[in-house]
Ligand binder design. Structure first.
Ligand SMILES: Nc1ncnc2c1ncn2[C@@H]1O[C@H](COP(=O)(O)OP(=O)(O)OP(=O)(O)O)[C@@H](O)[C@H]1O
Length: 256
């Protein structure tokens, strides 16, 4: 029988920076195979909420639970091991190595634990095959031998998705995956994200400012405002709410 528990939950998740409560008792659960967009005005706490889930920041109060396990005090790598995957920043990569080598290194780091020392040569071939498979999935196989530093911007964003897939996560977190993309690059990434959700039944969290991107991808929208969860539900209903309209029409009180 399928596991019907939410894959990920935050309970009263809170972080204070001095006197400022950037994420304020956010309780929310995410079901398997769903894509949730997290929206809100500038400074609402979206990135901070992401950082609390992925482990870049430690909560002041509250809990993060993955598959029923409390992961609140775990490090970023420990959370990655358990299935939380956040899109890489390309600054973490080896710019002079090829696209394929960068993906292989991530695949290898995931395979490390089950590595059989007596079949390293065979394993190396397998790792390369898996790297190639991931690159084909994101349509970067033709660029596999190029140095990362030579990739055009759109391909760099595809590589970020490739590296995320290579981690084999259960929960995929994307922070503005189409930021800085040209108009013709956006649909490619959207299709990739959609494919990840549909083909692999993965759970996706997306911080995104572009309403058309949210409309085309999200099953659900949650809205943060001053660190609090103020709305949660069906995209069409949530988009119509005044707090969302204000935020995205630039009329929010705290918008510059
Ligand atoms: N490390 C930090 N130290 C102090 N304050 C911080 C820190 N990180 C975030 N904040 C503050 O927490 C609040 C939430 O910031 P956050 O970046 O999460 O908002 P956001 O919703 O992602 O905004 P944007 O849409 O502009 O990216 C802001 O007031 C920000 O200044």
């Amino acid at each position: 029988m399928a596991d019907e528990r939410p894959i990920l939950e935050t309970s009263d998740l809170t972080i204070r920076f001095g006197g400022h409560v950037a994420v304020d008792h956010v309780s929310c659960s995410f079901d398997r195979g769903t894509l949730t967009a997290i929206v809100g005005p500038n400074g609402a706490g979206k990135t901070t909420y992401f950082n609390l889930i992925s482990g870049q920041l430690k909560a002041t109060d509250g809990a993060v639970t993955l598959n029923g396990e409390n992961i609140t005090r775990l490090s970023v790598p420990e959370r990655t091991d358990r299935g939380i995957g956040r899109a890489f920043q390309l600054t973490n990569l080896f710019p002079t190595l090829s696209v394929r080598e960068n993906v292989r290194l991530v695949v290898q780091s995931r395979a490390r634990k089950g590595f059989d020392l007596f079949s390293i040569a065979e394993s190396h071939v397998e790792l390369l095959e898996r790297a190639n498979h991931v690159l084909a999935e994101v349509r970067l196989i033709d660029q596999a031998d190029q140095a990362v530093s030579a990739l055009p911007h759109g391909d760099q964003r595809k590589l970020e998705v490739a590296l995320l897939i290579a981690l084999g996560p259960q929960v995929l977190m994307f922070d503005e995956p189409t930021a800085g993309m040209s108009v013709d690059e956006v649909p490619v990434i959207l299709e990739l994200v959609r494919k990840l959700q549909a083909d692999m039944d993965r759970t996706i969290l997306l911080v995104e400012h572009k309403m058309d991107v949210i409309r085309s991808l999200a099953d659900r929208i949650i809205v943060l405002h001053n660190g609090q969860l103020v709305a949660d539900g069906d995209p069409a209903e949530v988009i119509a709410l005044p707090v969302v309209q204000e935020a995205y029409l630039g009329k929010a009180p705290e918008a510059a």
